[in-house]
Design a protein around this ligand. Structure first.
Ligand code: SAH
Length: 222
């Protein structure tokens, strides 16, 4: 199964290309060296179709089928860096919107336990193959509706959402541990903001991180 991919890459998917991507992330303000190291090593090209592999290290979102996209490297970096900047490193992390599995794979290399939910069933088989090829054994996949979170596994130290609801889903707030942190894009298409919501003893603390563009978080599973 692992032979299916050239993990090291060649030409436009080579280590040199990954190093250049990481240099651009640094130039754009990403500072966490541990994160940059993981991103330099993670073969992003196995997370898209072969025909698109040569563009996957550019700072763009690319189609992954079913009208969905793999997030730009900068977005994955920005959200992950936020989790690494918390006073205590999260151990149990929930991701909503597995998609290609790239963000999931990154999380799995930085946090002990990663849970990820995807509403499109066909994505699941593909991502499992990728995680196996990378020997990532700390990821649990769930085919379901992320609006509901994952009550059986809750509470989580952190929740990261990679598609945008119009308002913050209540279930996700409820599934945060005390001091837990939720990072998500919120808003109508075309005017979304990336938010960090912290569950503190004084109540919820919300910080706006950036203006962003994500695909919408959709209800139900298919
Ligand atoms: N992190 C992914 C982003 C993929 S795009 C990557 O970089 O590849 C967002 C993903 O969220 C899509 O796969 C979409 O199907 C999924 N999604 C949208 N609404 C969802 C929901 N309610 N529950 C779970 N996944 C959802």
């Amino acid at each position: 199964m692992t032979e299916r991919w050239n993990l090291q890459g060649i030409g436009m998917t080579s280590q040199r290309t990954r190093t250049r991507m990481v240099q651009r992330l640094r130039d754009q303000g990403i500072r966490n060296e541990e994160l940059l190291e993981k991103m330099a090593a993670l073969p992003r090209h196995i997370f898209v179709d072969d025909a698109l592999a040569h563009r996957v290290y550019d700072d763009i979102a690319l189609p992954i089928g079913f009208s969905q996209t793999i997030s730009q490297p900068m977005m994955a970096a920005m959200m992950t860096e936020r989790l690494l900047a918390l006073p205590e490193r999260p151990k149990k992390v929930l991701e909503i919107g597995t998609g290609s599995g790239y963000q999931t794979a990154l999380l799995a290399q930085l946090f002990d336990q990663v849970f990820t939910i995807e509403r499109i069933g066909s994505f699941q088989l593909r991502v499992r193959e990728r995680f196996d090829a990378l020997k990532l054994g700390n990821i649990q996949l769930h085919h379901g509706d992320g609006f509901l979170g994952w009550p059986e596994q809750a509470p989580f130290d952190a929740i990261l959402v990679t598609a945008a609801p119009v308002t913050v889903p209540r279930a996700l707030i409820e599934q945060l541990k005390p001091d837990g942190c939720l990072i998500l894009p919120v808003g109508e298409e075309g005017k979304q903001q990336l938010l960090q919501v912290k569950n503190t003893v004084q109540g919820l603390q919300t910080e706006v991180l950036a203006d962003v563009r994500f695909v919408p978080l959709l209800e139900g599973k298919v």
